[in-house]
Design a protein around this ligand. Structure first.
Ligand code: NDP
Length: 309
C-alpha cells in the first residue's frame, strides 16, 4: 500500500515525487516510456530558470529524474486500468496491480497529428514529431516543419543544423511563437516559409516521402512542395498536443479532454489530484508543470494527514 501513486514522470510528476519523498510519503511513480515527458525530446530549454548552463531538455529531465529517484520508487510500466473511487485506489499496469491512498495524475500530453493521407505511412521513416530524435537522419536534405507555435519555430531553427533548407509550413501568416524566436527564425538564411498553407497529403515512394501537397488557405489553390532534385524529404510536425486522459474518462471531470482541478490540484474525486499539461489551464510551460507538481504533492500530504477534502 502506497501513500501516493504518481502516474507519469514528466516534470510535473517528477516534481511531485521529489516533494512527496521529502515529506516521507511512501511514493511510487509509474512511467510508461521515458522519464522527462515532452522535455526529453526538446532540443533546447531556454526559459526554465537555471537551465541556461546546460539547456538540453534531455539533460534537464535526467537531472530531475536523478533527484526524484533518490526519494521515491519509479517503475516503467504502462497503466491499463484505474479504480479511483473509494478510499483505496487501485492502479493496474501491464505488469502488476498497485494500491494507494492518493493518486496524482501527471500523464501529460502527446503530439497532435496532422491527420492527413501519408502521415501514418511515413511515420518513423520521413515523418517525425521529435527533431532531437530524428533530425540527424536528414543531413543535407530538405526539411519541412509544420506549425507556427514556439515548438515549430524553435525546432525549425535546430533542424537547420542538419537540413540544407528548412521550410516552415503554417496555416496562417501570423505566428503564436514569441517575437524573439520569430525574429530569429526570419533572419535565418536556411529557413523558408510556406505561409497560409495546410498540408493535404504527404507523398512519396514505398519508404520515403518526397513531396507535400499543400492547399492555400486563402485561395484554395493546390500546389506541391518538393526539392528541385527530387531527393527524399523530412517532415516534422509540431502542431500542439493532446492530453493523455482517456484512462480517466467518465470518472474524472474534464473540459476538452483536460482534467478540471481547483487551485490545490484536486479533481472531483476525493484523494485524486491532477498536475501539469494534463490539467485544464492557460499556461503550459515546464515551470508551471513543476509548480503544479509541488502543489499536488503538498496537498496530498495534507489530505493524508487528515485535512478535509
Ligand atoms: P501551440 O498550440 O502553441 O502551436 C500550435 C501551432 O500549430 C499553431 O501555430 C497552430 O496554428 C498550428 N496548428 C494546430 N493545429 C493544426 C493543424 N491541424 N494543422 C496545421 N497547423 C495546426 O503548440 P506548441 O507545441 O508550439 O506550444 C505549446 C506550449 O508549449 C506553448 O505554451 C509554448 O509557448 C510552449 N513551448 C515552450 C517552449 C520553450 O519554452 N522552449 C518550446 C515549445 C513549446 P494557429 O496558430 O493558426 O492556431
Amino acid at each position: 500500500m502506497y501513500d501516493l501513486i504518481i502516474i507519469g514522470a514528466g516534470p510535473a510528476g517528477l516534481t511531485a515525487g521529489i516533494y512527496a519523498g521529502r515529506a516521507k510519503l511512501k511514493t511510487l511513480i509509474i512511467e510508461k516510456a521515458l522519464a522527462g515527458g515532452q522535455i526529453s525530446s526538446t532540443n533546447v530549454v531556454d526559459n526554465y530558470p537555471g537551465s541556461i548552463q546546460s539547456p538540453s531538455g534531455m539533460a534537464l529531465s535526467e537531472r530531475m529524474l536523478e533527484q526524484a529517484q533518490d526519494l521515491c520508487q519509479i517503475v516503467y510500466e504502462e497503466v491499463k486500468e484505474v479504480n479511483l473511487e473509494g478510499k483505496i485506489k487501485t492502479i493496474k499496469t501491464d505488469a502488476k496491480e498497485y494500491q494507494a491512498k492518493t493518486v496524482i495524475i501527471s500523464t501529460g500530453a502527446s503530439p497532435r497529428k496532422l491527420d492527413v493521407k501519408g502521415e501514418d505511412k511515413y511515420t518513423g521513416f520521413s515523418v517525425s514529431y521529435c527533431s532531437t530524435c530524428d533530425g540527424p537522419f536528414y543531413q543535407d536534405l530538405d526539411i519541412y516543419v509544420i506549425g507556427g507555435g514556439e515548438a515549430a519555430l524553435e525546432e525549425a531553427e535546430y533542424l537547420t543544423r542538419f537540413g540544407r533548407k528548412v521550410t516552415i509550413v503554417h496555416r496562417r501568416d501570423g505566428f503564436r511563437a514569441s517575437k524573439i524566436v520569430v525574429d530569429r527564425v526570419k533572419e535565418n538564411p536556411k529557413i523558408d516559409f510556406a505561409l497560409n498553407c495546410v498540408v493535404e497529403e504527404i507523398k512519396g515512394n514505398e519508404r520515403e516521402a518526397t513531396e507535400l501537397l499543400v492547399k492555400n488557405t486563402k485561395t484554395g489553390e493546390l500546389s506541391v512542395l518538393k526539392p528541385e532534385d527530387e531527393t527524399p524529404i523530412g517532415v516534422f510536425v509540431f502542431i500542439g498536443h493532446i492530453p493523455q486522459t482517456e484512462l480517466f474518462e467518465g470518472v474524472i471531470n474534464m473540459e476538452n479532454g483536460y482534467i478540471i482541478t481547483d487551485d490545490d490540484m484536486k479533481t472531483n474525486v476525493e484523494g485524486v489530484f491532477a498536475v501539469g499539461d494534463t490539467r485544464a489551464k492557460k499556461i503550459r510551460q515546464i515551470v508551471t508543470a513543476t509548480a503544479d507538481g509541488c502543489i499536488g504533492a503538498e496537498m496530498a500530504n495534507k489530505y493524508l494527514n487528515g485535512e478535509a477534502w
